[in-house]
Design a protein around this ligand. Sequence first.
Ligand code: 0A1
Ligand code: ZN
Length: 878
Amino acid sequence: MRTETPQTIRLEDYRPSDHLIDRVDLDLRLSPHDTRVTATLAIRPNPAGEAGAPLVLDGDELILLGLECDGQALPADAFAATPSGLTLHRPPRRPFTLRIETQIDPTANTKLMGLYRSNGVYCTQCEADGFRRITYFLDRPDVLSVYTTRIEAGRDEAPVLLGNGNPGACGVIADTDRHYAVWHDPHPKPAYLFALVGGRLDRVATRFTTMEGRDVAVAVYVEPGKGPRADYALDAVVRSMGWDETACGRPYDLDVFNVVAVSDFNMGAMENKGLNIFNDKYVLADPETATDTDYANIEAVIAHEYFHNWSGNRVTCRDWFQLCLKEGLTVFRDQEFSSDMRSRAVHRIGEVRTLRARQFSEDAGPLAHPVRPRAYAEINNFYTATVYEKGAEIVRMIRTLLGPAAFRAGMDRYFAENDGRAATVEDFLAAFAAESGRDLSAFAGWYERPGTPRVTAAGIYDADARRYTLSLRQSLPSGDGAPLVIPVALGLVGASGPIEAACPRVPDGVFVLEATSDTLTFEGVAEPPVPSLFRGFSAPVRVEMNLGDAERLTLLRHDTDPFNRWQAAQSVAMRLILDRAGARLVEADEAGPAAEAYAAALGAFLDAEALADPAFAALVLALPSEGEAANEIGRDVDPDAVHRARQTLRRHLGRSLRGRLESLREALAQAAGAPFSPDAASAGRRALINTALDLIAMADPEAGTRAAEAQLSAASNMTDRLAALAILAQIPGKARETALAAFGERYADEPLVLDKWFALQATIPEAGTLDRIARLRSHPAFAMTNPNRVRALIGSFGLGNPTQFARADGAGFALLAETVEALDRVNPQIAAKLLTTFGSWRMLEPARSSKAGEILSRMQARPSLSRDVADILARTLA
Ligand code: 0A1
Ligand code: ZN
C-alpha cells in the first residue's frame, strides 16, 4: 500500500466527458484467482467534450492482457497502460470499438469493491468507483451505456449466474464443467450500477404485475439453507413495488427483479439495476434470530434500494457532488413508505433520533460538510448522515413548503424531464419551481451551507389585548451568508388543550421564516399559550426557547402533534440530565422537585395512554442518549458525568413509576400473545414491555435480574431475548456472565446474532470492557475481513460506549486507533468509517481531548495510510 497524495476533486471543475460509451459487451470468465474480463466498448467522441482529446480510462489494480481498436492491435506508442489507467493518446475522431482484456483476482479482493468473493459467492460492488477494478472504463456517473453481460463459471461452483436487466441465453459449455448465462439491460446506466453474482444460492420467489401490466419475476437469493429467512424481505419487495405505484406513480421496468444477500458487504445494500445486492443483515430474518428493529430495517432498506430504480437509476447523478440527489430523495421515499406501513408518528420520532444522533453530531464536528459538498479527496467518505439524512430532510421541507399536490407534480416533472439522464440538484429544484411557481433559489442554501441552524424563539402574551407575539431568529454556525428558508410548522397550546388563534402568516399551520428574524402576532388568544414549534420536526434545526418544565409538560399533555409531545418530554429530561452533568454531582441520587414533576407527568401520561399506543409510550419513556446530551453540552464534555447524570434520572424514573411499569408489563404480556408477529403493533407492545423492564432493573437491580432471567428463558423471539440480555449485561455479577456465555454458545453458528452479542458486550460502560473486547477479538466468529463483525465489536464501542471509548487514560482511543490501522490494510473503506468515531474529540474536556489528539497525530505520522483513512484523519485533525 502507498500513501496517495490526496487529490482534491472540485465541483467547479466539472466538465463533460470527452468520450461517450454507448454499448458495453462484457464477457466474464469467473475463476477464484484468475478471472478474465473482456470488455467490448462502443465509443464515440462526445459532441459536448473536447474534440481530439485523448481517451483516458480509469482502472484500479488491473492487469491488462489484451487491447484492440476496431479489431486491430494497437502499436505500443499509441497507448499507455498501468494498473490504474489506460490512455489512448490519439483515439479515432469517429465512433470506434475498443476491446480490452483484463485479469483480476476476486479472492484476494478484501476491499469488497469491484468483483470479490463472499463466502465463496462471486459478487460485485461498483458504487462509487468499483467498476474500474473490473475493467478499464470511463467510470463516472454521467457516462451511460447499454450493457450486455455474459457470465461464465464452473457449474458446481456457481450454479446461479445473475446480471443486470433481463435474462437471455444460457447453457453449458460442451466438454467442460462450466456454464454461462447472458443478461441484457436495455436501460442505459452508469457503470456504478453494474452488477453480477455467481454462486450456490437458494431462491425464494414470487410474481408481481405492474400497473402497466408487466409480469415481473421477483426473487430473493440467499446462502444455501437460509431460504426460509428470506420470506419477509421478499414480501417487503412486493409491498415496495406496490407502494411506488400507488403513492408515486412509479412502475417497475424490467421482467425480473432480483435481490441477493451476501455476508461480506461494506454498506447496507446496493441498488444495481434489476440486481440489488444486500448485506445479509438487511435480508435475513426469522423470530428466532431477528429483532423487531431488524425487521423494520429490512423493510426500510429493501424499499430504499427498490425505490432507487427511479430515484437514482432511471434518473441518475451527473457527478458525485450530486449524491444527495439520489440518496436524500430515496431516504425520503423509504421514510414515507415505512410511515405508511407503520405508525407515522412513531416512525418520525425514530427518524429524528437518528438524525440528531448521527447528523447533528457530524455537522457540529470537524467532518461537517454541505449536503452537496463542493470538494472531496475520497468520494467513499461522503456516504454520510449529512448527504443521506439531512438530504432527506431537505426534500421533506420542499413538500412542507409546497404542499402535497404541488410536491407530487414537481416529482412527476422531475422524473419525466430527467428520465435516462444524469441530473443535478438544480434540475431537481427547477421541477418544483416550475410546478409551484415559487422561486426556490434562496431555499437552495440548504444544499450549500454546513452546520445545524439554530432558531431562537421568544413569546410575549398580552392578556388584556388577548394577543400573543412570537419572535423567531435564525443563525447558522458558519455565520455570514444569506438566511435560510425555514418552514416552521407551529400552533399554540393552552392549559386545557389546543388554542385556535388567528395569524394570517401561518396558513395551514406553517410559517416560512425567510429573514434572519421575524415576528408573528396571534389575535384572539384567550389564555396564556405555549407555542408548539417545528411540529413534526418541520426543519432540521436546533430550537431554543426559554420554556419552563411546566409549559413543556403542558405540550406533552395537550399538543395535537405527537412529535412535539414526545419532544416536550425529551426536552425536560435533557434539562434534568444537563443540570446534573453540569454540576458534576457524583452522588446525585436524590431526585429534587423538577425530577419528581417530570416523573409524575410521565405517570399520568402512562395511565391515560400507554395501553392505547405502547410504541409511542416506549419512546416517551426513553431518555435522550448520552451522545445527544454531550452534543447539547457542546464543549468541555466529561462523559462520566453525563453517564452518571442520565443513570440517576433513569433510576429515579424506575423508582417513581415502578408499580405502573409492572402492571403495564403484565397487561401487555397478555395482549402480546403468541405466535410471534413482526407487525408494528406487536413490536410496539414488546418495546414498552422491555422499556419498562429496563427502568425496573435500574430501580431494583436484584428484581430486575430475576425478571430479565425469567424473560430470557421464556422468550419466544429475539426481541425479548436480546432486551433481557441487554438488561443483564448492565448489571455486574454472575448472572450476567452466565447469561452472556449461554447466549454465545446457543448462537455460535449465527454470525448475525453474534453481532448483537458482540455489540452488547462492547457497550458495557465499565472499565473491564476493554479486556472483554480483546478476548472477543479472538473469538472464532470474529474476522477483520467481515465489515459486520468489525462494526458490531469495534464500531459499537466507538459509537455506543462514550465513557469507555473516551476513557481518561486514552486506552479506549488506542483500541480504536489500533483497529483502524490494522483494518486499513484489509479494507480501507471500513477503516475510514471506523475512524469517524473520533469526530467529536474536540468537544471533550482537555485531558481526554489531548489524549485523542495525540493518538490521531501519531496515526497521521504513519507512512502507509490509505487515501480513505488519510482523508478522514486530515479533516478530523484540521
Ligand atoms: N447506494 C447505496 C449505498 C452504497 C454506497 C457505496 C457502496 O460501496 C461500498 C455500497 C452501497 C445505497 O444508498 O443504498
Ligand atoms: Zn441509497
